[in-house]
Ligand binder design. Structure first.
Ligand code: CP
Ligand code: NVA
Length: 306
């Protein structure tokens, strides 16, 4: 059976931990991920810009022996209204997998339903599972098994990355505090998934509108842009988020030695100050590097089981 990766809950906790731990071996070069994609063609359909996700996926596919085909929406008949259903049924005749960055999560689910190959979510309006899987690896690499004893705070917009962190908190059994403004909170469906998974894994997922409460004694503070791709809310949203900026004042409530994470790209001066960003840039760019290693482990997991 094909394995899709549309949301983090497509993995059970054991599988998710397996991928995180496997990423560590792959990154260290201890174990060769092998050429699990030998003879396979994987397409990337991207309707939004990307630096990290696109490049790290293409490099990962090529280093696992596969061939990557980058497709932009405007070059496909999708741009002239061809349906998800017909595009999926056509590509099934040529392709062994598709990695999709698209605005509509519902479109992606429909596309996956009609595809005969694994479909991987490279970001939608609702979730960004490859990013957060990799972020959990970055924390595991730094803190080892202690990751479960860390207080992790997500501060900012209740967007796709925030939704995915809620699920990750539950899936990996983490202690996660999410602070968003009331009017820009996460999707209740993802919050509920995180809470349900926490009951099973022993994690703690907590949502607040108070950024200081989330950051108080935190070991990790994570943020993302206030205006995601395709979000045109502009000024009212910036006003609602102004107390959620990751700056020195907010970080003064965190533990000494707090690490700051950002999935990038950053809008310095909005969700994070330039000073805080630069002080934590080594960790932030390690986070970006780890997208490559995690994607190799994810592809190996999906295709190694076929
Ligand atoms: N973090 C992330 O997904 O970056 P890109 O938009 O550059 O792919
Ligand atoms: N929330 C951001 C993440 C970018 C990687 C966006 O969707 O634009």
């Amino acid at each position: 059976m094909k394995r899709d990766f549309i949301d983090l809950w497509n993995l059970d906790p054991e599988e998710a931990w397996y991928i995180v731990k496997r990423t560590k071996e792959i990154k260290k070069g201890k174990e060769d991920p092998g050429r699990v994609l030998e003879g396979k063609n994987l397409a990337l359909i991207f309707t939004k810009p990307s630096t990290r996700t696109r490049v790290s996926f293409e490099v990962a596919i090529n280093s696992l022996g596969g061939n990557s085909i980058f497709l932009q929406e405007k070059e496909l008949q999708l741009s002239r209204g061809e349906s998800a259903q017909d595009t999926a049924r056509t590509l099934t005749k040529y392709i062994d997998g598709v990695i999709v960055r698209n605005h509509s999560h519902t479109w992606l689910e429909e596309f996956a339903k009609w595809s005969g190959f694994p479909v991987i979510n490279a970001l939608t309006n609702k979730s960004h599972p490859c990013q957060v899987l990799s972020d959990v690896f970055t924390l595991y690499e730094r803190f080892g098994e202690d990751i479960k004893n860390l207080k992790i705070a997500y501060v900012g917009d209740g967007n796709n990355v925030c939704n995915t962190w809620l699920v990750a908190g539950g899936l990996f059994g983490l202690d996660l505090f999410v602070a968003t403004p009331e009017s820009f909170g996460p999707d209740s469906y993802y919050l509920q998934a995180g809470l349900d998974l926490s009951n099973y894994t022993g994690g703690n997922v907590y949502l607040t509108t108070n950024p200081v409460e989330a950051v108080r004694d935190a070991d990790v503070v994570y943020t993302d842009v206030w205006l995601s791709m395709g979000d045109d809310s502009e000024d009212s949203k910036r006003e609602a988020l102004k107390d959620f900026q990751v700056n020195d004042k907010l970080l003064s409530h965190a533990k000494e030695g707090v690490v700051v994470m950002h999935c990038l790209p950053a809008k310095k001066g909005e969700e994070i100050t330039p000073e805080v960003f630069e002080r934590h840039s080594e960790f932030i760019f390690t986070q970006a590097e780890n997208r490559l290693h995690t994607q190799k482990a994810l592809l190996e997991f999906i295709y190694g089981h076929q």
